[in-house]
Write a protein that binds this ligand. Structure first.
Ligand code: PMV
Length: 348
């Protein structure tokens, strides 16, 4: 992630003082479609509400940022003297919001408390930007409609990713699983009773670097690129069907096939491959990297009864931490942040 900047602390306000505006967002996991979504395929993502971000926005003073408690990030948006040479997605998103609201004379002091591990493919940069914009809107009593919020987070994401598809901006603001395609999110119907196990390799990845590497691979051989993207399309379509029909074994196979495709695109690593194998050996239906890769996280699909043993196997194989997310009870997202179209209404 492009981390928010720690500003100079010239005076001694702390983040524990009475709040100004408050905003929240959460992590996401991409089930299928990372990287190929940048090149026009759909992608499927889930919100991870238990990994969340909380931002507090207060009126700020030039050169005088809040003293940050341990583990917090902060930045002064709208202060031209502060962190001028440091580009931060969340900061740029808030500054774009101030510009749109005609508040370019204001300085906003934003403090972010982020439970999401940074640079692990779980959407930390988009979630921090979403929470920061929501907090700033709350501070100024503005209502931000879902499309504007998505656009503002995307302004920050273009900095974090180089060229962002919008899947992260969409998923960290969504309340349920989505199929994302061409800037539009559609709520997904989930009829699957399984568990997603997420395992952190402990290695930070650079989305920008990974996205640039995939572009190089695709540009090298346009014919092969077309076949790869067509294959990705097929796997994602099949996964949408399997999620709805509850076909866990078939979905696991699609995940493995997508992992192979991502390996060919150069974004897997030995560590990721080891975790994928460990998950399969422990009985997972399928496993793959999630997010940009080159580090980050692995996502495995298991029977509910196998989730604990798959988690334990992943930790034994070197995962720094694991999280489990049941698919049962994931609700269709009524509040999807981007304009919704009927299911499968927007294919390439
Ligand atoms: O930043 P990450 O690791 O969550 O990855 C985002 C997904 C990509 O497809 C790699 C990039 C994008 O903008 O879609």
């Amino acid at each position: 992630m492009n981390s928010p900047v720690r500003e100079r602390a010239d005076h001694h306000r702390t983040a524990r003082e009475p709040v100004g505006g408050v905003g929240r967002a959460h992590a996401k996991a991409i089930l299928l479609g990372e990287h190929t979504v940048v090149h026009g395929t759909p992608a499927i993502a889930f919100p991870l509400p238990t990994l969340s971000v909380r931002a507090i926005a207060r009126p700020g003073t030039a050169g005088a940022a809040t003293v940050l408690p341990e583990g917090h990030f902060g930045f002064l948006a709208g202060d031209p003297e502060s962190g001028r040479h440091t580009l931060s997605g969340p900061r740029v998103a808030v500054e774009e919001a101030l510009r749109r609201w005609g508040l370019t004379d204001r300085i906003v002091d934003v403090v972010v408390e982020c439970d999401i591990p940074l640079a692990r493919g779980l959407g930390s940069s988009a979630a921090c930007a979403g929470a920061a914009v929501r907090a700033t809107a709350d501070l100024f009593g503005r209502t931000v409609d879902p499309v504007t919020l998505y656009e503002l987070v995307q302004v920050g994401e273009q900095i974090a990713h180089g060229r962002a598809s919008g899947i992260d901006a969409s998923a960290v603001l969504a309340q349920g699983p989505i199929r994302f395609h061409g800037g539009t999110a559609t709520a997904l119907d989930i009829g699957l009773d399984a568990v997603l196990v997420i395992a952190d390799t402990g290695v930070p990845g650079s989305t920008q670097h990974a996205v640039a590497g995939v572009r190089q691979v695709l540009e090298r051989d346009p014919g092969a690129a077309r076949r790869t993207l067509a294959r990705a399309d097929e796997l994602i379509d099949a996964a949408v069907h399997d999620l709805s029909a509850g076909h866990a074994a078939a979905l696991g196979k699609s995940m493995l096939a997508f992992q192979e495709l991502l390996s060919e695109l150069g974004v897997s690593t030995t560590h990721i491959d080891t975790l994928v194998t460990a998950a399969l050996d422990a009985g997972a239906y399928g496993a793959k990297l999630t997010g940009a890769g080159l580090g980050g996280c692995v996502l495995a699909l298991t029977e509910p009864a196998e989730a604990a043993s798959v988690s334990a196997a992943l930790r034994r194989a070197g995962a720094a931490q694991t999280w489990t997310v049941p698919t049962r009870g994931m609700r269709a997202d009524a509040g999807s942040p981007t304009p919704s179209t009927p299911e499968r209404g927007a294919d390439r």
